[in-house]
Ligand binder design. Structure first.
Ligand code: NAD
Length: 493
């Protein structure tokens, strides 16, 4: 049941000394505390390998909060709720110690046995930790036990099934919160509101009026120091299997009969089931892969992917993907959903562009004699908002048209400070709201779709590098749309 107030709970963060905890989880927990969205009764145990003390963890948490919120109030009160436990994930003795500390905090803070286990660690440990949590008695309390897992959830369908089995031996599906932090983003959550709370969009939201949908998630950075991880993953597994397919599902799903996790997930699952399967030989018609090469930008040499730290100099890993997805159902038959994502691209931007069909006949003439199509642009990041591109009359004694834009941006709302995705997701999890977490069925269907492409790619070596750092990707990605009579709308619009 979803609770309106956050209940008392003990949060255990496995991987407490890591990057994710420092950059995202501590500042997000602090924001919840500051906005009074954490229960008065809460405690956090940081769990990791290093032999830290409570004191060291508290200072670490304080630093991490002050880095993003320099004027954080009541910070000492906040960090007093944190405790540290040095831990070896494979050793039962460690879990017994952890259990003893948890029991003590449970009593001291009146936490009613409610526990959230947040696994901010490398995925190879997820299964082992889940098994030990049960075996060593950490789930033997009254109250709820929820497992929060970071991506990646497996590296293909087979490994995801294996991991899911291990986890489900301990936690029921309802208690597994698989994080896809895109689902915590303000404008991703806004997709369903824009669609289902406005009478003007939903009647047009189909193949009669929409010609194509484009989703771009581009980064300017390269792999930085994450080369080792990225070599085993690549853009398809790192971005498409989860974030991009989740956005496709939200854009394409039918209106749910209720706004609850079960109904929304069931509609998303139907979209993923309707994705047109791709045969091996057809993969090049639907998907393009890329890898960035070196370039000179503003007089500075930028390394190619193969020169990055911990990357094989002959690497076949994709740092860019463009794809065309077809959803074979009544609503979307014939409407391509184009997706692309990559590193070292021209701009950092996540944007959805819905292109409407042309009016049946052009009565007006622009200087270039073509009416621009209507576009609905959903800006996910870094800007947040929507823009509707229309044609209007040019002022003066003329009937020429001119493109105009109606824009709404959350940045323009005074005092409106969009919460971080992690803040919203942590809050949801503590209240038992799994709507914005991925259900196993979604994970399985996404892997099934993506595996087909990666299997074909793994069996053929690509001629990489094929796009320059600082560009919008390989030319084949442009051809993917050109062959259908479309082009990628610039993301800088
Ligand atoms: P990290 O390498 O910075 O931290 C790993 C943590 O795990 C450390 O606290 C370390 O002490 C602990 N650890 C490792 N081996 C251990 C062992 N044997 N016993 C006990 N503790 C051990 O990793 P990270 O960047 O924080 O990422 C954690 C997870 O979150 C990964 O699954 C990653 O894919 C995912 N993730 C990270 C980010 C990010 O921005 N960093 C974003 C999305 C997802």
């Amino acid at each position: 049941m979803i609770q309106s107030e956050t209940p008392a709970s003990l949060i255990m963060i496995f991987g407490a000394t890591g990057d994710l905890a420092k950059r995202k989880l501590y500042p997000s927990l602090y924001h919840l505390f500051q906005r009074k969205k954490l229960a008065k009764h809460f405690a956090v145990i940081g769990v990791a390998r290093r032999p830290w003390s409570d004191e060291i963890l508290r200072n670490h948490v304080k630093d991490s909060v002050l880095t993003s919120i320099p004027d954080a109030e009541r910070i000492d009160e906040f960090i007093s709720h944190f405790y540290y436990q040095a831990h070896d994930v494979a050793d039962s003795a460690s879990y017994i110690e952890l259990k003893n500390l948890a029991t003590k905090l449970d009593q001291n803070y009146s936490l009613q046995g409610n526990r959230v286990f947040y696994l901010a660690m490398a995925p190879e440990f997820f299964g082992t930790i889940a098994e030990h949590l049960k075996k060593d008695g950490l789930t033997d309390t009254e109250g709820f036990h929820r497992l929060v897992i970071e991506k990646p959830f497996g590296h293909d369908l087979e490994s995801a099934i294996e991991l899911n089995k291990q986890i489900r031996n301990v936690f029921s599906e309802n208690d597994v919160y698989r994080i896809d932090h895109y689902l915590g983003k303000e404008m991703v959550q806004n997709i369903e509101v824009i669609r289902f709370a406005n009478a003007i969009f939903e009647p047009l939201w189909n193949n009669r009026f929409i010609s194509n949908i484009q989703i771009t998630s581009s980064e300017m950075l390269g792999v930085e120091e994450r080369g080792g991880y990225y070599e085993k993953s690549g853009a398809l597994r790192d971005m498409v299997q989860n974030h991009l397919l989740q956005m496709v599902a939200l854009l394409a799903m039918e209106p749910p009969i209720k706004l609850n996790p079960k109904e929304i997930r069931s509609e998303k699952v139907k979209v993923l089931r309707a994705l047109r399967p791709i045969k091996d030989t057809e993969v090049p018609n639907y998907f393009v892969r890329g890898q960035y090469g070196p370039a000179e930008i503003d007089g500075k040499r930028i390394s190619g992917y193969r020169e990055e730290l911990n990357v094989n100099p002959d690497s076949n890993t994709d740092t860019y993907v463009a794809g065309k997805l077809m959803i074979d159902n009544f609503r979307w038959a014939g409407v391509p959903f184009y997706i692309r994502t990559g590193k070292r691209m021209t701009a950092k931007s996540t944007k959805i562009i819905i292109q409407f069909k042309d009016v049946p006949m052009n009565l007006y003439y622009n200087s270039d004699e073509k009416l621009a199509p209507n576009l609905l642009v959903i800006h996910i990041q870094p800007e947040e908002g929507i823009t509707l591109h229309l044609n209007a009359k040019n002022t003066g004694q003329t009937m020429e048209t001119t493109p105009v834009k109606l824009s709404f941006s959350t940045n323009d709302i005074a005092g409106y400070n969009t919460p971080e995705a992690y803040e919203k997701l942590l809050h949801d999890c503590l209240r038992g709201d799994a709507t914005n977490f991925t259900h196993w069925d979604e994970v399985a269907l996404s892997w099934q779709f993506v595996d087909k492409v990666s299997q074909v790619w793994e069996s053929h070596k690509a001629s990489f590098p094929n796009y320059e750092a600082g560009s919008m990707g390989p030319k084949e990605a442009d051809q993917l749309l050109e062959q259908d009579g479309f082009f990628w709308w610039p993301v800088t619009n």
